[in-house]
Design a protein around this ligand. Sequence first.
Ligand SMILES: Cc1cc2nc3c(=O)[nH]c(=O)nc-3n(C[C@H](O)[C@H](O)[C@H](O)COP(=O)(O)OP(=O)(O)OC[C@H]3O[C@@H](n4cnc5c(N)ncnc54)[C@H](O)[C@@H]3O)c2cc1C
Length: 440
Amino acid sequence: MITTKKRTFKQHDNEKDSFYKFSAPIFRDQPKINDNFSTDICIIGGGLTGLSSALNLSKKGYSISILEANKIGSGASGRNGGQLGIGMRKDQFFLEKMFGYEKAKFFWNLGLEAVNDVKSLIDSYNIDCALKPGILHVGNTKKDFIYFLNEIEHMEKKYNYTKFQYFDEKNIKNEVNSDRYFSGMLLEDSYHLNPLKLTYGIAEQCLKEQVSIFEKSPADKIEENNNEILIHSGSNIIKAKKVIIACNGYLDNLLGSIRNYFMPINNYIIATEPLGKELASKMIKRNCGVIDSRFMIDYYRFSEDYRLLFGGPETITSKFVKDSTNFVSKRMIKVFPDLKKFKIDFSWGGTLAISINRLPIFGTMMNEKLYYGHAYSGHGLAMSVMGGKLISEKILNKNHRFDIFQNINHIKIPGGNIFRRPIYSSAVIYYRIMDYLNRL
Ligand SMILES: Cc1cc2nc3c(=O)[nH]c(=O)nc-3n(C[C@H](O)[C@H](O)[C@H](O)COP(=O)(O)OP(=O)(O)OC[C@H]3O[C@@H](n4cnc5c(N)ncnc54)[C@H](O)[C@@H]3O)c2cc1C
């Protein structure tokens, strides 16, 4: 039996709206649980992992119920940077070193499939989520060009993949009008989009497939009872044949010590007032997403109404920073000093889960009646949709792709419940210093 008392999802209770909530159509409130019932599959967490699992499995005839502690999309899925990137969070050099070429290739192909799946969902269900092509990786240091050129060459030679464009010091300024960068590499198969619109679009489709969604209905206890699982939410009990845990950074101790394999961190984004198409195209010529090359990255892009959405700084504390507008603006002004004169209309934060090797964590418990997938490590917009697909494949006994992830030997964040935040913070401070020194 596992219970949870901590409630990270409550961080959002007193928040002002994000740009995404302002811009997305209303997703009508779903009922709170107020009865006991039985279902084939109960999914805990109404983000992209949970919704994608629900959509895949509902089509196979299972009865599905989603319990969401807050509102659908109120976790990271509806508040992220919107960068729909190919690959995994770590590059192929790292993956090949760690797992060998064949497995690294499997991860690479899965990353491409994940982005394609999101595009297919958008097309099939006509989800209007402002999808735009291209993510540009920009180099903050004079040395980054070596890495970009090596990667382009390696990907062409070993993967027969050529959808990159390289920009040298002279040309990168033409792409992103900032003095911060020395080189860049455009990923043509990556995209950016409004993630809350995507999440609501998939949730609408789940409702059409007869998935029951309950909001404001946190699961607080899970127990195995012979051939079924009992999920407690307040005074109600749901009996399920299988349960999927899709809580990512908001998991707290719902799965006991499983949470020690990742670090929940908070990341923050601001949205300027609309800057207009003309200024936007002077700042980012091809309206792609941008991600820089530091350990603590800056990422930004223009919204559908030409606000700059700028994100990046993170905290490891268990609570959000008080003044996230100021916290993020300082970094934005370093990249685009002229933006000082524009208003910041929205500012918000979200919690995500980071594993040590930056690969997602999948597993089963309770004699394969409980499945979980989380820790996409900041690269989960496409991979959480894929996560739901992998969990469904496992439940349907379809192929071994879930097992490849399940068999990865993840390392626990050292320090247990008390010391893991300080230990992880020290590591982050080290890398921040390296970011700073690399720029000198
Ligand atoms: C600020 C920010 C920026 C990011 N930017 C990017 C990006 O640009 N590109 C990218 O690829 N990835 C990005 N990510 C990561 C990406 O958003 C996540 O990996 C992905 O959304 C995870 O989806 P999920 O469904 O697993 O989790 P979430 O969307 O976090 O959903 C988990 C849900 O579980 C619910 N929950 C928690 N506990 C319970 C409970 N006990 N009972 C019921 N429900 C519960 C929560 O309320 C929440 O809605 C970013 C994340 C953040 C926070």
